[in-house]
Design a protein around this ligand. Structure first.
Ligand code: C2E
Ligand code: MG
Ligand code: MG
Ligand code: MG
Length: 281
């Protein structure tokens, strides 16, 4: 099967599946080598206290500085890394780099301030029995206080595969906290929520986007905050894009939030600048 495809130079070239395969093979090989070639980056997105504006935590978000394609977001390569198995190496690299960086920031903070670190884990990382061991090893190697670390996992990863529960319990036993990312978007796990090793619910940004002062549209955001209070969990609201959403969430009882309204994910140097301001954000 051949399909004609217009080449940027205006010549008609033949599209061949072999060429496409070779290209994606190259991309996969480049991804496998990205960490050792120093092409991975970690951006940090501030998580702020809605009442004080203080920067209380950062979420580490991976990027790939590809030599020809530019700066790639996780959606462009995490799914491939999950298929190829590179996700384990990439995940470990992100955790090590973020612990090193945030640990250095923590060491410079005044005694009355703290800064937590949130790192995303792929469902595939959760499947591995060595997960807890490798996380704890990185914490030891970087000297990062486990109480300052939050691992973010998705609802479905836990509900579909309960084998992750003991790995998470092992991390919690050392003080690491577990957040359910994009909460509310998975098919309902309410029934399991009380049995799962979870400390924080991250309200998915689609429920924040719905907020517009109409109480009916705040139903999920309100239900999640009540649920967290009953279950004694913390919450983070994601994807706050304007001041009205921040106000509405505050009135609903949310205390911490993250979103472009406060700050985009940014390089370490920018976070460092924020940390040195009197009121962080
Ligand atoms: P996530 O963990 O839910 O991260 C939040 C995503 O929402 C980030 O996208 C962030 O840039 C974006 N975001 C933050 N505030 C706003 C806002 O106000 N409006 C909108 N529209 N978007 C906002 P990003 O960095 O592209 O990451 C996408 C997803 O990729 C993450 O979703 C996470 O699931 C995954 N990811 C990122 N880094 C890693 C990693 O190191 N390991 C793994 N396994 N997954 C990662
Ligand atoms: Mg996350
Ligand atoms: Mg999220
Ligand atoms: Mg998400």
């Amino acid at each position: 099967m051949y399909a004609a495809k217009r080449h940027p130079t205006q010549h008609w070239v033949r599209y061949s599946p072999e060429v496409a395969d070779a290209r994606s093979d190259t991309f996969a090989a480049e991804l496998a080598a990205a960490a050792e070639r120093g092409q991975l980056r970690v951006l940090y997105q501030p998580i702020v206290d809605l009442l004080t504006g203080d920067l209380v935590a950062v979420e580490a978000l991976v990027r790939w500085q590809h030599p020809t394609r530019g700066l790639l977001g996780p959606d462009a390569f995490i799914p491939l890394a999950e298929r190829s198995g590179d996700i384990h190496g990439i995940g470990a690299w992100v955790l090590r780099e973020a612990c090193r960086q945030v640990g250095a920031w923590q060491a410079d903070l005044p005694a009355d301030r703290s800064l937590h670190l949130s790192v995303n884990l792929s469902p595939l990382q959760l499947e591995r029995p060595e997960l807890a061991g490798s996380v704890l090893e990185i914490l030891d190697a970087t000297g990062f206080d486990p109480h300052g670390l939050v691992v973010e996992i998705t609802e479905s990863a836990l509900v579909d595969d309960r084998s992750a529960v003991p790995h998470l319990e092992a991390l919690r036993a050392r003080g690491v906290r577990v957040a359910l990312d994009d909460f509310g978007t998975g098919y309902s796990s309410l029934r399991y929520l009380t049995q799962l090793p979870v400390d924080i619910l991250k309200l998915d940004r689609c429920f924040v986007a719905e907020l517009n002062g109409d109480p009916a549209r705040a139903a999920v955001a309100e239900a999640v905050i009540r649920l967290s209070q009953i279950l004694r969990m913390d919450t983070v609201a994601e994807g706050i894009e304007d001041a009205a959403q921040a106000t509405e969430l505050t009135l609903l009882g949310y205390r911490t939030a993250q979103g472009y309204h406060f700050a985009r994910p940014q390089p370490a140097a920018e976070i460092e600048r924020l940390l040195h301001q009197p009121t962080a954000v």
